[in-house]
Design a protein around this ligand. Structure first.
Ligand code: UTP
Length: 408
């Protein structure tokens, strides 16, 4: 793309200021900027104007979860089925590690955060140790696909290499990168990070499968016989990955996707709840949960919307393929966005100063025909690290690791 073409593209999106520093740049920087303008999808910015306030939801009704007592009854059968699928190489795991982890306040990838007390215990290490439990039980390695972003790819790959993948066999680990989206101020003007670089941020965790496909990683997985992908977040240091019992339950119930869920600890807990929307599986975010839904009861008199998702899903690739080309909704999120001020000085804001645009994995659930919510024991499998202190923090995760006999 040359200067004129770039200007035309920017003018169409009302973003001509992106070329404001052009005359001051070196030849190499000019090329970098023109290539970025060519690659950037400025259409996401129009979602600011089209923004709806969550009142466009369909009819919400309960979706029954498979509860712990039901799981225990069939645990042996599920586990055997899950282990069989793992041994046959049908199960892969996808670690979503492209996020910025801004709430934790570290510039490094979240997975390299050390939660140890008397020794080093990194978040990545905890996840791999959890996965190794299954590898040992199944006596078979599970392909692990790691999604990174432009902001943390190098740091993630080199950290895992330096630590010999914490004992995981390197040939079973594949990296791929997610897409980026421009970030803008409250008026919709994209910020500049450098005179030759637009401020961008990872475009949310919802694009994981299309990125996996773009990188040829999904095709390779299918060629290798992988049929099910367990997608999980980087921050839950207690989660079971490729849990044979969960895998077996999803296979036996023949669902397009399984979702690990926890019983909410309070009606207003900040966690998305699983439900049906217009008869299809869906997730209502905590801030969309009306008082009516919060207090609704099912036919047994129990709270109807009491199971929250923890970002641990088992997707069937055949069903993902059917929805790969579909556009997921874009969520506009208020964030702190580092940028250049009008005098070209770098600013690292203390407070949110604009928007970034994200697609979310939870919106994929609504695109699929059937979902099995699968209850887990909260204190044994749910220790997310979002913040340094308080709820869902390094502190709470350390306490839960202690309760589960994990030495830190
Ligand atoms: P969060 O919603 O906690 O976002 O991600 P985050 O970016 O990590 O953290 P904050 O909000 O800035 O503090 C949930 C999971 O989705 C991944 C994260 O790495 C985490 O595993 N994620 C999030 C991505 O892979 N890409 C994204 O663009 C966003």
């Amino acid at each position: 793309m040359n200067y004129e073409q770039a200007l035309e593209k920017l003018a169409g999106a009302g973003q001509e200021h992106v070329l404001g520093y052009y005359d001051t740049l070196t030849t190499e920087q000019k090329e970098t900027l023109l290539a970025e303008i060519e690659a950037t999808d400025f259409k996401v910015l129009s979602s600011l104007k089209d923004r709806k306030d969550g009142d466009d939801r369909g009819v919400i009704t309960p979706l029954a979860a498979m509860q712990l007592s039901q799981i225990r009854e069939k645990e042996k059968e599920f586990r055997a089925k899950g282990l069989e699928a793992i041994r046959q190489g049908k199960v892969g795991a996808v670690l979503l590690a492209g996020g910025m982890g801004t709430r934790l306040g570290s510039d490094a990838p979240k997975g390299v955060y050390n939660i140890g007390i008397t020794k080093d215990v990194y978040i990545f290490q905890r996840l791999i140790e959890n996965l190794m439990d299954v590898v040992e039980e199944a006596e078979a390695f599970i392909p692990l696909y790691v999604m990174t972003s432009d902001k943390n790819h190098e740091a993630t790959v080199s950290f895992l290499k330096e630590h010999d993948f914490f004992g995981y066999r390197e040939e079973f680990v594949t990296f791929f990168m997610q897409e980026m989206a421009p970030a803008c101020d409250y008026e919709g003007r994209v910020y500049m990070e450098e005179p030759w670089k637009i401020s961008t941020s990872p475009n949310g965790n919802g694009g994981w499968y299309s990125s996996m496909f773009k990188w040829g990683v999904a095709q390779k997985a299918m060629e290798d016989g992988v049929e099910l992908l367990n997608v999980f977040a980087v921050d839950n240091v207690l989660q079971r990955i490729a849990d044979p019992c969960f895998v077996g339950a999803v296979i036996e119930n023949n669902c397009a996707v399984g979702a690990k869920v926890v019983r909410k600890c309070a009606p207003d807990e900040k966690i998305g709840v699983i439900c049906l929307e217009d008869g299809r599986p869906s997730i209502v975010e905590y801030y969309e949960l009306t008082d009516e839904l919060m207090n609704a009861k099912d036919e047994n008199g129990d709270p109807a919307y009491s199971f929250g998702v923890i970002l641990n899903y088992l997707f069937r690739i055949a069903d993902l393929e059917k929805i790969r080309e579909r556009n997921l909704p874009l969520h506009v999120v208020e964030k702190k966005i580092p940028h250049l001020d009008k005098d070209g000085r770098k600013v690292k804001p203390e407070e949110p100063n604009g928007y970034k645009f994200e697609q979310l994995v939870l919106d994929m659930i609504h695109e699929l025909d059937s979902c099995l919510p699968f209850e887990i024991e909260r204190n044994k499998e749910f220790a997310p690290i979002k913040n340094k202190t308080g709820i869902d923090s390094v502190e709470s995760a350390r306490r839960l690791c202690g309760e589960n006999g994990i030495a830190l």
